[in-house]
Design a binder for this molecule. Structure first.
Ligand SMILES: Cc1cc2nc3c(=O)[nH]c(=O)nc-3n(C[C@H](O)[C@H](O)[C@H](O)COP(=O)(O)O)c2cc1C
Length: 207
């Protein structure tokens, strides 16, 4: 099977989307040919469009932005709808900064409506909450245990569907730590980022 892995995070290779896409790839069974596409721009190149036309399966990975899809990704979806007229199976891995995976639901509706309008086959999604924490985990931490286990389980489930070409309901999972701990970590991260950018903590509350 020809499978296109489309990373639509503006953070590219250092994004949580990239981590999730790599893990998914490692779990997809069978003899497959993979194509990595960086969709962190508003327009795909002709060569990238050609590659996408060849792939039976498209797996998108992207962050949630303002309860929806990043603007450049919407532009790419419009371009695909015009340029790639044949049907493709569409899977999505979406992650958000909020702890609750359900935050991603509206964005998944955007994908579902797009598939229905463009004539693509919506096959399902893994929606991850607490995505902001995934990239901050020490690299030696196993993906299939501890706080990353629920995320890993979701990715394994979606990968099995991709391997078999089957459909799934939305698979929702949040990072495996208490919500208050995740929030503590997130606040510490904001303060660190403020200092690194020459700001004071009180500047974070400026309006
Ligand atoms: C402009 C912008 C808007 C965002 N909007 C939301 C949002 O509405 N809800 C949410 O839970 N996270 C939001 N986030 C957080 C990202 O979804 C989160 O940091 C994610 O893990 C980034 O994934 P990536 O590394 O794959 O890009 C936003 C981040 C940015 C930069």
């Amino acid at each position: 099977m020809k499978i296109a892995l489309i990373n639509a995070s503006p953070r590219g290779k250092s994004s949580t989307s990239a981590v999730l896409l790599e893990k998914t790839k490692s779990y997809i069974a069978g003899s497959n040919e993979f194509f990595d596409i960086q969709a962190n721009k508003e327009k795909l190149e002709p060569a990238e469009l050609e590659t996408l036309k060849q792939a039976e399966i498209w797996v998108f990975a992207n962050p949630l932005y303002i309860d929806s899809l990043p603007g450049h990704l919407l532009a790419v979806l419009e371009q695909l709808e015009i340029e790639c007229r044949q049907s493709h199976k569409v899977y999505v891995i979406i992650n958000c900064g909020f702890y609750e995976a359900v935050q991603n639901k509206t964005a998944l509706s955007v994908y579902k409506n797009w598939c229905s309008k463009a004539g693509y086959e919506w096959c399902g999604a893994a929606a991850i909450g607490g995505g902001g924490g995934i990239g901050f985990m020490p690299p030696e931490l196993p993906f299939n245990a501890g706080p990353l286990k629920p995320v890993n389980d979701a990715v394994v489930k979606l990968s099995a569907c991709i391997s078999g070409g089957t459909k799934t309901e939305d698979i929702l999972a949040s990072i495996g730590m208490p919500r208050f701990l995740y929030l503590l970590g997130a606040h510490a991260g904001w303060k660190k980022a403020a200092k690194a950018n020459g700001l004071k903590v009180k500047d974070l509350y400026r309006r």
